[in-house]
Write a protein that binds this ligand. Structure first.
Ligand SMILES: *Cc1c(COP(=O)(O)O)cnc(C)c1O
Length: 393
């Protein structure tokens, strides 16, 4: 955790979209979590167009909705999973394939990118055989015992400076120990396919990518010098930032930098992959909730809505992302508090929304809420996660 949490810039949506959201709320009730599949397809195509040499593995944890996985599967996307249930969500799409084809698809298109795996999971992975990541000796020993057939990817610890969500305190081998551990894996007759890293989620400091690529390039050449083995694959992880604010530089700028650095630092025949999560789904989803209570406290109007931080707004806790609550109504605004539905004061979405006067039954919405939101929603206090509504599927 760090204090680079983002607060999404408010912008005004078109009348068409407003009417569409209100219509869906009328049809389905509230709260609803609206997923626009056309936006996901556009994000995928943008990424692919800007980084044509990179194979895209969607990080399922950002939003594991099965229909999102289906849409990306249909586009030819590959997948990053981090648990057996996530693996099975992807597997659902290929289970009809003949066994040989299915196993080839898995080895080419799934990476199990959680460096820590329970023994039972490794046994299952030995059967299905996706790529798996690791970053320590104890994991290597477990892999040798329970999943000796796996293709291994060593995760490096790289700078996460300024990223909204920091990951380097938990994952990645120190680069200085990387060649030793690869030598060890080779001695154990395991298959080392490549290296990976993650610069931290919502990485707006692109220098992190440059440093991570430099670190990787050094490890690649030292492995070759010391063992004679070639590293054939580099996984550049996630972190691709979403334009929550105008100040976030576009994917075009990042892609240009990455393409230059690939050329400068990496062997020309290396296979490059990436694991974007947030980038593919964040701006594809909108939540619509209803005002179910109203009070006046601490000198301001307080609205109680039927979604909150234990639910779709959970990203405010886990993802350090603040989602403005917006009204469909026009009019003079005042500073207002917005609370979620549970009996916990922690369930506070904001103490300072700029809202016109709302009445019970009025609808509110938040945009760009597709990543790390519905996926971490709970059933706390008996309130279930928001109903999912798909559009442009
Ligand atoms: C969460 C995660 C991702 C996705 O990260 P984003 O910042 O959402 O792109 C990719 N790879 C790994 C290993 C992750 O844990």
């Amino acid at each position: 955790m760090n204090d680079n949490g983002c607060s999404i810039k408010v912008h005004h949506i078109g009348i068409d979209k407003k009417e569409m959201l209100q219509g869906l709320a009328k049809e389905h009730g509230t709260p609803i979590f609206v997923i626009d599949h056309e936006v996901i397809r556009k994000n995928y195509r943008d990424f692919k167009e800007r980084l044509p040499d990179v194979q895209i593995y969607y990080a399922v944890k950002a939003n594991s909705n099965p229909e999102i996985i289906r849409t990306l599967y249909d586009l030819g996307c590959s997948f990053d999973v981090a648990s057996m249930p996530e693996f099975m969500l992807v597997y659902e799409n290929i289970k009809h394939l003949p066994e040989k084809e299915r196993l080839e698809w898995i080895y080419d298109k799934i990476i199990y990118a959680n460096t820590i795996k329970p023994e039972e999971t490794l046994e299952a992975l030995n059967h299905y055989r996706p790529l798996v990541t690791f970053d320590n000796i104890e994991e290597l020993k477990k892999i040798k015992k329970f999943a000796p057939q796996a293709g291994l990817v060593l995760r490096l610890r790289v700078p996460n400076t300024g990223s909204m969500v920091e990951l380097s305190s938990k994952f990645g081998v120190d680069p200085g120990d990387a060649v030793d551990i690869i030598e060890k894996a080779i001695e154990m007759r395991l298959t080392v396919e490549g290296l990976s890293f993650h610069v931290g989620s919502q990485c707006t400091n692109f220098e992190n990518y440059v440093q991570a690529l430099e670190i990787s390039a050094n490890v690649i050449s030292e492995v070759e010098t010391r063992t004679g083995e070639k590293i054939g694959l580099l996984d550049i992880g996630g972190g691709f930032p979403v334009k929550y604010h105008h100040s976030v530089k576009s994917i075009r700028t990042l892609a240009q930098l990455l393409n230059e650095e690939f050329e400068r630092l990496l062997p020309s025949d290396i296979q490059i992959m990436a694991e974007p999560g947030r980038f593919l789904v964040a701006n594809a989803c909108t939540v619509v909730a209803k005002v179910v209570g109203k009070a006046f406290r601490d000198g301001k109007p307080c609205y109680y809505i039927n979604d909150g931080v234990y639910h779709t707004y959970s990203g405010q806790v886990f993802d350090h992302c603040i989602y403005p609550v917006l009204s469909f109504k026009e009019g003079d605004t005042q500073i207002s508090a917005v609370f979620g539905p549970t009996c916990d004061a922690f369930d506070t979405i904001t103490l300072s929304a700029e809202l016109p006067e709302l009445e019970i039954g009025d609808l509110v919405y938040s945009e760009n809420i597709g990543a790390y939101s519905h996926a971490s929603s709970t059933y706390f206090n008996g309130f279930p996660p928001a109903k999912v509504v798909h559009i442009n599927k």
